[in-house]
Write a protein that binds this ligand. Structure first.
Ligand SMILES: Nc1ncnc2c1ncn2[C@@H]1O[C@H](COP(=O)(O)OP(=O)(O)O)[C@@H](O)[C@H]1O
Ligand SMILES: CC(C)(COP(=O)(O)O)[C@@H](O)C(=O)NCCC(=O)O
Ligand SMILES: [K+]
Length: 254
């Protein structure tokens, strides 16, 4: 096997997350466009998506943290799977989510290592890598959306609450705001604590955020802890930057 050091001319990246599918359209190394679609309930070929290959036979590179969704792409032509084994970071453990690995690789490549990535997706994750590209570790908790739906789904009377547009009052006198307060103040205080601990060990680290809930989360952090929020770089495309690096350096039979 040899390592290619170039991108296909046109290609698609697909990150299968727990809430939805994340797509990136590339021309060589340039990310041209990103968009989201829902999970599939049958294989793309059963859905009549063979046109995707006939009209535009572009290579598709897939990374997934949802095995059932990955399964549906098994027989899709021109699809290649991006796995953790190929990820050029040290100290990985075998069950690390590939989305976390790609995000920290991508953000680190783009902005520099050490890197701590916060992914505000279905789950809220922190993933930290040092200057030698070694995984130091991270943490996983239920994401913002998941925490809101969990309290509504697992209690008799608590309602489903939409994310407030701004930081709610901490001390609330109604149920909806009390739920929002409890979840939001706990998450941002937790993040502040994790970030402080990380920066104590790696004071020169970059910190970046990605994921579907990053904008409301940054709004809350900005209101309560502006000095912490000011350290965090917005990197919605971090996973695609990581994919791009892996696609460039992919192995091909020599
Ligand atoms: N159209 C949407 N569908 C699903 N989640 C969405 C949508 N728009 C925003 N979100 C938010 O994005 C969060 C999921 O983040 P995302 O990064 O898409 O997750 P994953 O990578 O796990 O699929 C949800 O908690 C939700 O609040
Ligand atoms: C933690 C995750 C569920 C996050 O997935 P997401 O919310 O982005 O869909 C995913 O990265 C995963 O399945 N990880 C495996 C466990 C680990 O990273 O240690
Ligand atoms: K994610």
């Amino acid at each position: 096997m040899m390592k290619l050091r170039s991108h296909p001319r046109n290609w698609l990246g697909l990150m299968i997350g727990n809430s939805r599918l994340h797509w990136g359209k590339f021309q060589g190394e340039t990310l041209v466009e990103t968009w989201e679609t829902q999970h599939l309930n049958q294989s793309p070929l059963e859905m009549g998506w063979s046109w995707l290959n006939q009209i535009s036979p572009v290579p598709l590179f897939i990374a997934s943290v949802v095995p059932e969704q990955m399964q549906l792409w098994q027989n899709y032509p021109k699809a290649e799977i991006i796995t953790l084994e190929q990820l050029p970071l040290g100290g990985l453990y075998p069950t690390l989510g590939i989305d976390r690995g790609l995000a920290v690789l991508g953000a680190g490549n783009q902005l520099g290592f050490p890197m701590l990535v916060i992914d505000a997706g279905t789950a809220l994750t922190l993933t930290g890598v040092n200057q030698n590209r070694q995984l130091i570790g991270g943490a996983i908790l239920p994401g913002l959306g998941l925490q809101f739906s969990c309290v509504a789904n697992r209690t008799a009377t608590l309602p489903q609450v939409a994310f407030p547009e701004s930081l709610p009052q901490r001390w609330s006198l109604n149920t909806s705001e009390a739920i929002a307060s409890g979840i939001i103040y706990s998450i941002i205080a937790g993040l502040r604590e994790f970030i402080a601990a990380w920066c104590q060990e790696l004071p020169h680290s970059k910190i970046s955020i990605t994921g579907g809930d990053r904008i409301p989360l940054m709004t809350y952090l900005n209101s309560q802890y502006p000095e912490i929020a000011g350290l965090i770089l917005d990197t919605p495309e971090a996973i695609f930057w990581g994919m791009s690096a892996m696609v460039r350096d992919r192995n091909v039979p020599s």
